[in-house]
Each structure stands twice: as C-alpha cells, then as structure tokens.
Ligand binder design. Structure first.
Ligand code: BGP
Length: 474
C-alpha cells in the first residue's frame, strides 16, 4: 500500500523569511519587513506596537533573509538534488504590486517568480504557491488599515488575476492565505492590522477575517475561471487541542479551542459560517458586517483541498490557575506532561499529527496537504559547515511514520508533505536565524554576519532516501 504514486514530497518557504532584497526589483515595503528581532517583535506582530518605519535600534531580519532573491537557482538545484517533487513558496505581494492598489503590476517582480517557476519546471518540481504568506504592502496598511478594510478585496482580486494568468502554464496548486486563523493571534503579521488604543479587537479581527474569507472565495472563482485545472486550497495552523484531564469541563475547553482554529476553515470548505461560530461571535459582541452577495460568494466558491501546518498539539484546562501557558507556535497552550519539548518549548507529538489528520479528514472529507512540519533547533556545524542533525531526522521520521499510518490504516487522503524551512531561514515567531529547520545549512547568524554559504546537512541525504522510496525507507 503506502503513499499514493503521485504523492508530492518537498519543502516549504515563505518569501519574507528567505528572499531578502526587500527594496530591490521595484519591491514595495511590506508589514513583514518591519517585524524586528528581539523583545519588541511579539508586540509588533500582534498589532500592539506600531512600527511603520525602520529604526536604528532594531535588526530587521527580513531585509536580508538568506538572500534567496539572488541565490534561488542554487537553492532550487539543491532541492532537486534531494528529489523534491513539490516546492511550496510564497509570492511577495509588494514585488508584484509595490503599493498594493496600483492598476498595473511591476514587471520585474512578475519576471522574478516566472524565472523561479521555470527553474522548478526544469527539474520537474511542481510549485505550490501561497498567494499571501503573512505579507501585506505597507501602503495598504497605512492607507486602508490592511484587511480591516473591505477595499482589500479589489486589490487581492487584482493580484490573484495577474498571478493566475501570468503563471497559468507553470502553477496549478495554490493556497489563498497562510494560516488564516493566525489573524486572531498575530493581527499585524497576518493581516496588516494595528490596533488603536481601547478599540474592540475581536470586532476588528473577525471583520478582517471575513474579508479574507471573501477574498479567498474570489480567488477560487477567478482561479477556476482562468484555469479549471487549478487546485486552490485553504490553510490553517493546526494541532489538536487535548483536554488537560478527562474532566468534562476540560473536554469542553478543548472543543472550544479547536473550534477557534477551525472556524474559518469551516467557512472555506463548507461555504458558510457554522452555527457555533455565529453564536460565538454574538457572545463576544462581534457584529459582522455582511453585504448582499457575501453568503452566495462563500457558498459557491469553496476550496479544493485543505492544507495545514503542524508542529505540536495543544493542551487546555478549564482551571484558570493552570493557565500559565507555554508557547507553541504563537498559541498559548499548557504543558502536556506526557510530551518532550523542542528548545523553543514547542511540544513534540508525532501521534498528534495522525490525530489531527484524522480529525480534519472526518470533518472536511477533502484531500489534505501537510504544508509545514519540522523541528526548529540550534545546529552546530563543523568547520566545513556540515551538521549532523539526527534530532531533526528523528523528529521527521516519527511524524512521517504517523502520517503513513493515517494514510494506510485510517484511509486519510493526503496529497503531499512539504517540510517547513527546507533551507534554513528566518524564524517567523522570533526573527532568529538560530532557530533552524532546514536540510540545508545557511551560514547566516542572528547579528547578520555569515557567508551565506549553503551546506547540505545529514538530514538532506536522509530525506533524499525518503523521497526516493516514496516514504518506505525512513
Ligand atoms: C508557521 C508559519 C511559518 C513558519 C513556521 C515556523 O506559523 O507559517 O511562516 O515560520 O510557523 O515557525 P517559527 O518560524 O516561528 O519557528
């Protein structure tokens, strides 16, 4: 049995975490450029500290990334050497529309990604394109307040149309928004929203999410219209929420936590807000402004597949005293005493991936795509830049094993697996370089120093075998 023959193995990156060259090629400034390294990062990300310009006190790692803007040919060649069948990447919106609201796209930006796709094609690598991986042109943030404005629909549609038309012959797998539920946890990073003092944040977040949901439906409509072969998916930050105990109140909290993660995906897959979601918003005093035609748009243009990131499961209790959470991918969760943690406190739970796959498949009956998974760890290269990353291999082996069980034993339909940060890149939550996920070591350090030299790690050769054997040799 095993994985299907056309199972897609590969890796994932996001423009702002690897490209660098933030002002080259006519690119405009984006929200993600302004996320500083260090203590202020979280407040900026969540929209509680306004940072609309660079200052001298901070390091802004997205400005330089890992210089993939210039080195993509070499990087894709290395991906091909591992046998990648798919490469998930994102488009920097402000390379295509530097301000976001122009009528005409920036040819240099379009040509740049076209070249990347050509390069992929050369090696038979299928691109999986995230249209928006957290980025939003700063001009749209300053002028319209990011996704809090309904005007974003027009600009996003324009972006999608240009991408679908221009890359018609190169790309058929698309994701509309990366981790759409992140809008509730990191509103500036995910949706270009900066909060005003004393404003009702929930109202802003849910309204902005509604705009993104409409935009996602528009993308499906336009994308299918331009090329019926396009497969357009949604994406969530997943990870099953476990009740801390079998106390019914804890189980209830687990259900609530999961619903918060699933609400937007329910809309994207099922075409309408679920009853619990409407009630929840009502309870929280959120009044969603819907316009005529919104329900039809959501109903008629649902997604083709469900993709997700999985790093850890979560754990929740009804007891407020216990709620001194640890961090797990920006979400607050309790420490699960049965699990070990990564160096960043993210709890490692391979079986949680199988559970998550099953829950998502039961809920949506749609093909699933694991588009992020991996271990962020400190690597210690030898004098040649080589890293023996057995810890990463162990992590991935265990997760792939559980994904395999979900496929073989549970019958879950999985389209593919792209590990996160297949080449070392800037961490989204911390802005660090030292939190590395890659099969390829990049000599770039947190202070910006380093030669940028790429060196395959031990996991590079391990993953090559995994791909070659379609997941049989682990
Ligand atoms: C997800 C994001 C990615 C990525 C990943 C790992 O939330 O989609 O952009 O960075 O998490 O997180 P981190 O980089 O914080 O370790």
């Amino acid at each position: 049995m095993g994985f299907r023959k056309d199972f897609l193995w590969g890796g994932a990156t996001a423009a702002n975490q690897c490209e660098g060259s933030y002002a080259e090629g006519g690119r405009g400034l984006a929200n993600v450029d302004l996320l500083p390294q260090g203590a202020d990062r979280m407040d900026v990300m969540t929209g509680h500290k306004k940072m609309f310009e660079f200052d001298q006190e901070h390091i802004y790692p997205a400005q330089t990334g890992i210089d993939m803007y210039h080195q993509y040919k070499e990087d894709i060649r290395l991906f091909a050497q591992m046998g990648f069948q798919v490469y998930r990447l994102s488009i920097a919106w402000s390379r295509i529309f530097p301000k976001g609201d122009e009528e005409t796209p920036n040819e240099e930006g379009l040509a740049y990604y076209e070249d990347i796709f050509r390069e992929c094609k050369k090696y038979g690598i299928e691109p999986l394109v995230t249209i928006t991986h957290f980025d939003c042109p700063m001009h749209l943030v300053k002028t319209y307040g990011g996704w809090r404005s309904r005007k974003m629909l027009v600009f996003y549609e324009r972006l999608c149309r240009v991408l679908f038309e221009r890359y018609r012959e190169y790309v058929k797998y698309w994701i509309t928004f990366n981790e759409i539920n992140m809008i509730l946890h990191a509103s500036f990073m995910a949706a270009g929203i900066c909060f005003e003092e004393g404003e009702d944040e929930k109202q802003v977040q849910y309204q902005a999410a509604h705009h993104e949901l409409l935009a996602s439906a528009i993308a499906v409509k336009v994308g299918h219209g331009i090329n019926p072969e396009n497969q357009i998916g949604c994406m969530l930050a997943a990870g099953q929420a476990y009740p801390y105990t079998c106390k019914p109140e804890d189980v209830w909290e687990g259900l609530m936590m999961d619903r918060k993660s699933y609400l937007f995906i329910d809309v994207q897959v099922q075409g309408e807000y679920p009853a619990y979601g409407l009630k929840m918003m009502e309870r929280e005093g959120v009044r969603l402004q819907m316009e005529e035609g919104d329900p039809e748009l959501l109903r008629n243009y649902t997604v083709d597949f469900v993709s997700f990131s999985y790093y850890n499961s979560m754990c929740v209790s009804a007891d407020p005293k216990l709620n001194e959470g640890i961090k797990g991918n920006i979400f607050e969760t309790l420490a699960n005493p049965y699990l070990l943690s990564s160096e960043w406190g993210w709890q490692i739970d391979p079986l949680g991936l199988r559970i998550t796959l099953n829950v998502l498949y039961d809920r949506y009956h749609k093909p699933l795509f694991i588009v992020e998974n991996g271990l962020g760890a400190v690597d210690r290269p030898d004098e040649n830049g080589y890293v023996e990353d057995d810890y990463r291999i162990d992590y991935m082996r265990e997760h792939i094993r559980e994904m395999k069980k979900a496929v073989e034993e549970d019958g879950v339909e999985v389209m593919g697996y792209t590990s996160w940060g297949c080449i070392d890149l800037v961490s989204a939550s911390s802005g660090e370089m030292k939190k590395r996920y890659g099969f390829i070591y990049v000599d770039k350090q947190d202070d910006g120093s380093g030669t940028l030299k790429r060196t395959p790690k031990k996991s590079f050769y391990w993953y090559k075998k995994v791909i070659e054997s379609n997941g049989e040799v682990l």
